[in-house]
Design a protein around this ligand. Structure first.
Ligand code: ZN
Length: 200
């Protein structure tokens, strides 16, 4: 077995992150080149580590993303924080040509980050629940409903495919280095963070 391939993750400012990615055809999806790319994206996401990776982040303007939130990522996080974020493990999934077909009006706000805005984090409001239609790695249509953190991951990755980054949606006064986020904000309830930042 060859060692895992780690693709280069591009950073904000790279034009591909601002392009609308094109959909893949069924013939492309089942082509060995895409199969291989999916494996490399999975290994790159795990190595980062991250809970999602979209093709534009590795320089390709195609509608392909992978997601996975592993049990081991949740171990170091306090149970009350996990509960507040409704964060639970998400199995590895390949999302091709995904579309959000339903979203809740109810939103939730938490700190969010991105491998393409490395070293930073900010408060981002997202729909609490979404329903997504997509093709899997076998070009088979799938329907997925998610709530809480898994819904956030889906919205973040699908945004990437239309050239949108979380910094377009963030509460800009909360934009923080990861260091400072860990030092000042990480364990506070969001209302306290908002109050301290003058966000009412
Ligand atoms: Zn991202």
């Amino acid at each position: 077995m060859s060692p895992p391939v780690r693709l280069k993750i591009v950073q904000t400012g790279e034009p591909v992150l601002r392009q609308a990615a094109r959909p893949l055809t069924a013939a492309e999806i089942t082509h060995p080149a895409i199969e291989e790319l999916i494996v490399h994206m999975r290994d790159t996401m795990r190595d980062a580590p991250g809970v999602g990776l979209a093709a534009p982040q590795i320089g390709l303007a195609i509608q392909l993303a992978v997601i996975e939130d592993r049990e081991e990522y949740l171990k170091g996080i306090a149970p009350e924080l996990l509960a507040e974020r409704e964060r639970q493990p998400v199995p590895f999934r390949v999302l091709i040509n995904p579309v959000i077909v339903e979203r809740s009006e109810e939103t939730v706000e938490f700190f969010e980050g991105c491998l393409s805005v490395a070293g930073f984090s900010a408060l981002v409001k997202r729909s609490r629940r979404v329903a997504v239609q997509y093709l899997d790695e076998h070009a088979k249509p799938q329907h997925l409903e998610a709530s809480g953190w898994p819904a956030r991951i889906l919205q973040h990755e699908i945004d990437h495919l239309s050239g949108v980054l979380y910094i377009d949606r963030m509460e800009s006064r909360s934009f923080s280095s990861l260091d400072n986020m860990g030092r000042h904000w990480k364990d506070l309830p969001v209302e306290s963070v908002r109050a301290a930042l003058g966000l009412g």
